[in-house]
Design a protein around this ligand. Structure first.
Ligand code: ATP
Length: 312
């Protein structure tokens, strides 16, 4: 079973407007409210792909209850740690032919006691699973090494840890003794970590970059590259994965959907080829849907067959 972690989940509110009028009233009738946050996108895709999963994280207040209710509605199994503060809303105003204006609440500040109590709660959940996904930025109050500690606990429990984060918390996890099983940095993140520009079309340059000491000990590094597919390193092997040209409806959440695909194939110990093709396919299927973090499982087989994989 896969455990998905979302430490700062949100209710994603979408307000479609013909035109956004500044400094006046904007009335909206077609409102959508869904359970959001990168880890919950991963959860939804895993569920749509008929995987057994348990979603966890930190929630509080009425918004926290709403998030849990939405997961219940979707029949996604969850066990969240409850805090006294209110979880957050994330508002996207879709307006004026393709513009998107976002208003993102920061969310709660986690107290030191709650941070410690969640770790214990998480430790219990680790006994039930074989893989854990850790996605997104950390809520305020948690130290940059919080994910590193969660990865270490997973490693000590024999659970594979798949980490999708950036900045200081990714760096802290890479510097820790127990490394994540898989990371999914994009071009910008690799450039930041190495403090040098990266050209993703240069395979030899990418190979050298992923062999930098900062990545030592990380079993899988998957660099997803949007429509160009992905480049990956598994121990000493390097792979280039290419995807067919498809009609893109909404690419938001493709990274999370890719992570779900990678997690499900890693959890069942598939070959390197199947792991990467599965991740690429769930990413592609997400871009073909309007809804964020959503896939049509019936399209999985035909699109999986169109992904090409080669060792480089
Ligand atoms: P995000 O954080 O926006 O969700 P990301 O940068 O983590 O995305 P991407 O590399 O953009 O991740 O996308 C992940 C995967 O989704 C790609 O490797 C690919 O399989 C699929 N994908 C994304 N964008 C496209 C696209 N325009 N056309 C086809 N497939 C796409």
């Amino acid at each position: 079973m896969i455990l998905t972690v979302t430490l700062n989940p949100a209710v994603d509110i979408s307000y479609p407007l013909q035109t956004l009028v500044i400094d006046d009233v904007n009335r909206v009738s077609d409102v959508s409210k869904t359970a959001g946050g990168k880890g919950l996108n991963v959860s939804r895709v895993l569920h749509l792909m008929q995987q057994t999963l348990l979603a966890t994280g930190i929630v509080g207040g009425h918004i926290g209850n709403f998030i849990k209710q939405k997961l219940d509605d979707d029949q996604i199994q969850h066990e969240f740690f409850e805090i006294q503060q209110e979880s957050r809303n994330a508002i996207a105003i879709l307006h004026d032919d393709g513009c998107q204006t976002e208003i993102l609440e920061a969310g709660p500040t986690i107290s030191a006691d709650d941070a410690q109590a969640f770790m214990q709660f998480y430790g219990q959940l680790l006994t039930k699973v074989s893989t854990v996904t850790l996605s997104g930025s950390l809520p305020k109050g948690l130290g940059a090494d919080y994910y590193a500690k969660m990865v270490e606990m997973a490693g000590n429990a024999g659970v594979k840890a798949i980490l999708d984060t950036s900045g200081a918390s990714l760096l802290a996890s890479l510097k820790a003794t127990v490394k994540p099983t898989l990371i999914k940095p994009n071009e910008t993140e690799i450039a930041q970590l190495l403090d040098q520009p990266i050209d993703v079309t240069d395979i030899d340059g990418l190979k050298t970059a992923l062999q930098a000491p900062i990545f030592a000990g990380v079993e899988w590094i998957v660099v997803s590259m949007g429509a160009a597919g992905a480049f990956a390193k598994h121990n000493d092997h390097f792979y280039r994965v290419s995807i067919p040209k498809i009609h893109v409806e909404n690419p938001v959440g493709s990274g999370d959907s890719t992570l779900a695909g990678l997690a499900m194939a890693i959890d069942t110990n598939e070959s390197d080829e199947v792991i990467l093709k599965t991740g690429m396919t769930t990413g592609m299927l997400n871009t073909m849907e309007k809804q964020t973090g959503f896939v049509n499982p019936e399209l999985f087989k035909p699109y999986f067959a169109k992904v090409t994989f080669k060792e480089v």
